[in-house]
Design a protein around this ligand. Structure first.
Ligand code: SF4
Ligand code: SF4
Length: 403
């Protein structure tokens, strides 16, 4: 268990070497060490709550790299989240972020908003939105939304293709449900081929991480309770996620909030112990070489999402599969595990910083000569594909779609 005692910080500076905001801004106040110090001062009443303080605490991607490297075992994550809750209470939130939180708090609102956005994408011509950006991403480059949410397009219980080897729950997350159904169909297909009965609980909803990252713990609570109710089933051997951020929420954040929100401890632990990303599940459960689609012939590269590395602690599994796939020529990018600057809504709130981060990623991905850039995280996927140029001739996909 990571310590939350801020005084344990020995100021060694190791966290600076991995912090993406510090690397770009090269200023102490953009470092994890300074953020912790300021939280300490705030708790000791040496620093008052202010917009400036809120800005310093918010200008962080919540990537978790600082906590992963810290020799004192400090849990930066929970400190930052708690502080964000206080700052939100004192200074409010931008209208766009408030609206996002309002939408994500009820599944029917997400469904209505996604339906409206999908319709708008169909009727508004690209040249009409040509000059508009959302943060550092041109609006026209956002993914086309699913015609039908994935969870409405498939049955709640799906039988395996061969003899049953167990039952898994599939937590689709909002991105796959509303925008990336190709990832969802590929995940279901692979699980069926592996002999899994797949249950996709109809009532599941947003994991709550976007709210928690913006300090809206009260709004996230209802989502967390709904998900605990539908995921804490007995007789399932795994809870599959295709999004590492959702996975990290279920695995790490629900247990971390157990006391504060008075969550059912047994249910939370049950869920946490069963959560696994789809690529790790494939490696763990099967002779995965049977699953390879050998007619594929492609040169690919990869971006390792921060929440897969630091949240689910699964740094090597996807790359292992890509290297073994006989149809893929996998070329590792020099900065495969560097943050892309997407960070939930970071690309929208701090586009200038985010753009600098993604620029280096683009340069290194281009130099691999790959046709497909793979990444497990939907926000990374939106950020990377949104910043590619047409002349790059590269598309971004989830690795499960390449099998
Ligand atoms: S790595 Fe940990 S102990 Fe070292 S400066 Fe950062 S927070 Fe403090
Ligand atoms: S979570 Fe990431 S961006 Fe935020 S302080 Fe830690 S290393 Fe830096």
């Amino acid at each position: 268990m990571k310590s939350t005692v801020l005084q344990n910080c020995n100021k060694c500076g190791l966290c600076l070497s991995v912090c993406p905001t510090y690397k770009v801004l090269n200023q102490e106040h953009a470092s994890p060490r300074a953020r912790l110090q300021l939280i300490n001062f705030y708790k000791d009443k040496k620093v008052l709550s202010s917009i400036g303080l809120k800005e310093i605490i918010s200008k962080c991607l919540m990537c978790g790299s600082c906590a992963a490297i810290c020799p004192s075992g400090i849990n930066h994550y929970s400190q930052f989240m708690e502080m964000r809750t206080k700052m939100r209470h004192d200074h409010g939130e931008k209208v766009a972020i408030k609206s996002l939180i309002f939408l994500l708090a009820k599944e029917y609102r997400i469904r209505l908003a996604a339906g409206f956005a999908e319709f708008s994408q169909r009727i508004i011509p690209d040249n009409f939105i040509e000059k508009y950006n959302l943060g550092n991403i041109p609006v026209k480059k956002f993914p086309k939304l699913n015609k039908k949410p994935l969870r409405k397009a498939v049955p709640e219980i799906i039988s395996p293709e061969k003899s049953k080897k167990g039952t898994v729950l599939y937590f689709t997350g909002c991105a796959t449900n509303y925008a990336f159904d190709g990832t969802g169909f590929a995940t279901i297909k692979i699980l069926k081929q592996m002999g899994s009965e797949v249950i996709i609980p109809e009532k599941q909803t947003c994991c709550g991480i976007p709210m928690l990252f913006h300090g809206a713990r009260d709004q996230a609570e209802k989502n967390i309770l709904i998900n605990i109710e539908c995921l804490s089933q007995d007789d399932v051997k795994a809870i599959i996620v295709d999004c590492p951020t959702c996975g990290s929420a279920l695995k790490n954040e629900y247990p971390a909030l157990q006391k504060q929100l008075n969550l059912d401890d047994t249910a939370v632990q049950k869920i946490s112990s069963k959560v696994i990303d789809i690529m790790s599940f494939i490696l763990q459960e099967s002779d995965h070489t049977d699953l390879f689609e050998t007619s594929v012939k492609m040169k690919v590269t990869y971006h390792l999402p921060c929440h897969l590395k630091n949240g689910l602690k699964s740094s090597y599994n996807t790359e292992k599969i890509l290297r073994e796939h006989p149809g893929l020529e996998y070329i590792q990018a020099e900065d495969v595990d560097e943050c892309c600057g997407g960070g939930g809504t970071f690309f929208y709130e701090y586009p200038e910083i985010s753009k600098q981060m993604v620029a280096t990623k683009l340069k290194n991905a281009r130099s691999t000569g790959a046709e497909v850039w793979l990444t497990d995280c939907p926000v990374c996927r939106i950020n990377l594909s949104g910043n590619l140029k047409e002349k790059d001739n590269m598309i971004v996909k989830h690795p499960v779609e390449m099998l």
